[in-house]
Design a protein around this ligand. Structure first.
Ligand SMILES: N[C@@H](CCC(=O)N[C@@H](CS)C(=O)NCC(=O)O)C(=O)O
Ligand SMILES: *[C@@H]1O[C@H](CO)[C@@H](O)[C@H](O)[C@H]1NC(C)=O
Ligand SMILES: *[C@@H]1O[C@H](CO)[C@@H](O)[C@H](O)[C@H]1NC(C)=O
Length: 265
């Protein structure tokens, strides 16, 4: 990690200029979009954060073009860090209508929601309370559920599994107790549902496949919400193939990947 950072810092300006001249990442026209794209969407196919933005673009019906970035390739990474996201992560967007460049999935999604307020359904409640509630759901997801899932999944000490499951179920119970139904905030599908779906997709798949674990049947409200939210066409359009999820998690498990190093992405 430190070595990679040092290498990045020592990459000279000349290298960066050359890289930015010679390298243009592959772009794909998304189905139904054309050269009228309003948003350039920088993504990696298996990234759950990028999938949040993908779902939002589908919901809003904004014409976009998809650019796949391989941040693990140093040439691509240097180009991307210099020209798009200084943090070197996906997702990012470039608003082709005015040149605005943004990163961080939740910030991007709120931007798309406001910028394209007249397009597609509203994904943020109009009240201050409702908007705060979306952000609180996301906070719980990022800080409790996602780390609890990953810690359980990566744990290889069977004696410790019960305590990992307990932490995971505490995080799941929060959904069971607080979701309004049919969606997290009530009648409307919001950015809280959008942020959560890619993570639940991975949680359900990976716990079943690698830990022989299912979301407990007693969490009836949670299971009902999952059933409803996962039928949303925007989610179905972005759903990841199970063989590819399997490959990603096999790779994480084989290198003891620790979710951004310190459970912080
Ligand atoms: N907080 C960020 C997290 C994004 C993130 O961690 N993306 C991962 C892929 S799933 C990434 O680009 N990692 C590359 C790296 O950290 O070098 C968000 O919400 O957008
Ligand atoms: C990294 O990306 C560049 C530009 O697309 C490509 O030419 C090169 O072969 C890639 N390197 C690796 C190791 O994949
Ligand atoms: C495995 O987990 C148990 C329960 O947390 C703990 O007491 C034990 O020290 C762990 N063993 C190893 C090898 O880490």
């Amino acid at each position: 990690m430190a070595a990679r950072k040092a290498r990045r810092q020592h990459a000279g300006a000349a290298t960066l200029i050359v890289a930015s001249l010679v390298f243009r990442p592959l772009t794909f026209a998304a189905p139904g979009t054309s050269d009228k794209a309003k948003i350039e969407f920088y993504t990696m196919d298996m990234c759950p954060y990028a999938q949040r933005t993908w779902i939002t673009l589908e919901e809003k019906g904004v014409p976009y073009k998809r650019t796949v970035v391989n941040v693990r390739n140093s040439t691509e990474r240097e180009w991307y860090v210099k020209n798009v996201n200084p943090l070197g992560k996906v997702p990012s967007i470039r608003d082709l209508t005015d040149g605005t460049v943004l990163y961080e999935s939740e910030i991007i999604n709120e931007y798309l929601e406001q910028k394209f307020a007249d397009s597609g359904p509203a994904l943020m409640p109009p009240s201050a309370k409702g908007a705060a509630s979306v952000r609180l759901w996301n906070h719980h997801l990022n800080n409790k559920l996602a780390p609890a899932h990953f810690t359980f999944l990566m744990n290889k000490n069977a004696t410790a599994d019960p305590e990992k499951i307990q932490a995971l179920e505490e995080a799941l119970q929060y959904y069971e107790e607080n979701l309004k139904g049919p969606f997290l905030l009530g009648d409307d599908f919001t950015l809280a549902d959008v942020s959560a779906l890619p993570f639940f997709e991975r949680l359900i798949f990976s716990c079943r496949r690698f830990k022989d674990y299912e979301v407990p049947p007693r969490m009836k409200r949670l299971l009902k919400w999952l059933d409803t939210a996962m039928s949303q066409p925007s989610f179905l359009a972005t759903k990841r193939p199970e063989d590819q999820l399997e490959e990603v998690y096999q790779r994480f498990l084989s290198v003891n990947y620790a979710f951004g190093g310190l459970n912080r992405n």
